[in-house]
Design a protein around this ligand. Structure first.
Ligand code: C5P
Length: 218
């Protein structure tokens, strides 16, 4: 069984997807984590977001993997290194869309996550899961929330980690990333025709996940 959850940045996709996967005993696959891993390594190796022989060589030697540790936490690997924490860096968030717009990058990540999805029942989240990666998914959700609400949640999350950031800065970063993800030529962020639209601006995590679990049980 395959559940696809797509939507813009900060809509709560990963929190909801993880919870649903845990409840159902499915494997959670965070496709954005692999795009982030590509961007992180590219930034470390001074590989600009441009197609060409340099990018091809960089991608050729890149290995990506997702594993789950004993506590059920997902770990992200790039070239054998644990990059789980490093990919959440704000510098990566701001640059990742430039890399994820490149067709060879999309091909690499799409092949990898399709392989992973072939091995288990999965809940996968991202931008193009219902449209491109798993077009035959059993259930597709398009999860969104207003930019203000998504920025507020992100500011609260950062504050709880001791990072004080301005609401305006975060709201602008989220809006910029959405715009780039929506406008790209290949596999843009768009709701699949057969996806269920869910605006979580006024819904809590429990409510959203119960609603989706209800759809799955149906
Ligand atoms: O989900 P997350 O915010 O971690 O994704 C980071 C970035 O990876 C997105 O902004 C987007 O550019 C890219 N992405 C994508 N397609 C996906 C998942 C993520 O292009 N399926």
């Amino acid at each position: 069984m395959q559940i696809a959850i797509d939507g813009p940045a900060g809509a709560g996709k990963s929190t909801i997807a993880k919870k649903i996967a845990r409840d159902l005993g499915f494997v959670y696959i965070d496709s954005g984590a692999l795009y982030r891993a590509v961007a992180l390594l590219a930034l470390q190796e001074d590989q600009p977001p441009e197609e060409g022989p340099g990018l091809a060589a960089f991608l050729d030697q890149l290995t990506l993997d997702l594993t789950t540790d004993q506590a059920g936490q997902q770990q992200v690997w790039a070239n054998g290194e644990d990059v789980t924490e490093a990919i959440r860096d704000n510098a990566v968030s701001q640059r990742v869309s430039a890399y994820s717009a490149l067709p060879p990058v999309r091909q690499l990540v799409t092949d990898r996550i399709q392989d992973l999805a072939a091995q288990a029942d999965v809940v996968m989240d991202g931008r193009d899961i219902g449209t491109v990666v798993l077009p035959a998914a059993d259930l597709k959700i398009f999860l969104t929330a207003s930019v203000e609400e998504r920025a507020r949640r992100r500011v609260d999350q950062l504050a709880s980690q001791g990072d004080q950031v301005s609401f305006e800065t975060i709201a602008q970063e989220i809006a910029d990333r959405d715009e780039k993800d929506r406008q790209r030529a290949v596999a843009p962020l768009v709701q699949a025709a057969d996806a269920v639209y869910l605006d979580s601006s006024h819904m809590g995590i429990e409510e959203v996940s119960e609603y989706i679990l209800g759809l799955i049980r149906k």
